[in-house]
Design a protein around this ligand. Structure first.
Ligand code: CA
Length: 342
């Protein structure tokens, strides 16, 4: 049984704005509550869409896009129900950190959660047991944060269920990005999208660049894509656009489904990128080098591409530790082969 209290009804018709209150203690606040802003707009008939960002604190285009919606949407714009959580982890966003400063947790490794756990675990449990079951569509907007820079992309898992897979493909495509990405989990379990997928939801996720500097272009892509996806899902009144209608080429679908597509630093040192984001690589190409400040006599350690493809993500900070992901090679996808075309 969750101890989290919603200050608004999540089933009432109309537009309601409030907080999820998550009890926790600190030394100057024995009865403190972490307050996570939430809105519910329910009007007419249609799907329920749960829209979230700020899962990791240092990822800002998603919260900005949802804050725009929060202030601009009116009840009659919605057909169904739209639940908005602009920032799942406000203390981390304010601290520019991936992990929660309250409990040190990576929120995206906390699922299915624990109603008696830390604030991050309690909120994960609330999503798993209360919000996901209400939703037809679950949207979780990410970037690579400070650690990774990404080609701006919408991405998805290749879920087993064929109908769910096709619905997720169409929704991911509706984000209108130049590049769409099939990804694998190489860094642990307990992810938000995996729990939502397990519950059969249409799950839409993004990697809208990375780092603390967010170019205006990336904000625009995120806001355009998000609005179009909500139209595509039928929770906003109006018609979604296609890339073709916008005069754009079809999205380039790429995948990184082998563990070796994720390139890790073999040693700690100073990272030199040798390939720009989105650039084509061939197997064996040097994507970057690790230099050793304390050993100028040592040759730099090269990190190679494992396959032909593009560099879809690269290391953010120049200082790397052994085992950090320094790059991700994505290969072109045969959509028919992965059951995404008829
Ligand atoms: Ca992220």
């Amino acid at each position: 049984m969750s101890s989290i209290h919603s200050t608004i009804s999540l089933t009432a018709r109309g537009a309601h704005y409030g907080h999820l209150a998550i009890p926790y203690s600190y030394n100057l606040g024995g009865w403190a509550n972490l307050q996570v802003p939430i809105a519910s707009i329910r009007h007419g008939e249609g799907p329920t869409v749960l829209l979230m960002a700020g899962n990791h604190g240092d990822e800002y285009p998603g919260p900005v896009a949802i804050l725009h919606l929060w202030r601009s949407l009116r009840e009659h714009d919605v057909t169904g129900q739209l639940i908005l959580i602009p920032c799942l982890n406000p203390p981390a966003a304010q601290a520019s950190t991936r992990l929660s400063p309250l409990d040190g947790k990576n929120f995206n490794r906390c699922f299915p959660g624990n109603p008696k756990g830390t604030p991050s675990e309690m909120l994960a449990d609330y999503l798993t047991t209360i919000l996901f079951p209400m939703a037809d569509v679950v949207i979780d907007l990410h970037t690579g944060g400070r650690s990774l820079d990404f080609v701006p992309t919408a991405h998805m898992h290749l879920v087993d269920d064929a109908a769910q897979r096709k619905a997720m493909f169409a929704a991911t495509d509706a984000f209108l990005m130049d590049v769409a990405f099939l990804y694998a989990d190489v860094a642990g379990s307990g992810l938000l999208p995996v729990e939502a997928e397990r519950q059969g939801k249409i799950v839409i996720t993004t990697e809208m660049g990375g780092g603390e500097v967010v170019p205006a272009r990336v904000h625009r892509l995120c806001q355009r894509g998000l609005r179009n996806v909500l139209l595509h899902c039928g929770v906003l009144r109006g018609k979604a656009q296609t890339r073709e209608e916008l005069g754009l080429q079809p999205a380039r679908w790429v995948q990184s489904l082998d563990r070796d597509d994720y390139r890790f630093a073999p040693e700690s040192g100073l990272w030199e990128a040798c390939v720009d984001l989105g650039e084509a690589v061939r197997a064996g190409d040097v994507i970057g080098r690790i230099h050793f400040l304390e050993r100028p006599d040592r040759a730099a350690e090269e990190v190679l591409a494992n396959a032909d493809g593009i560099l879809i993500a690269g290391r953010g900070p120049s200082i790397v530790k052994q085992g950090d992901c320094v790059g991700c090679i994505a290969r072109d996808v045969d959509l028919g082969h992965v059951g995404l075309l008829d």
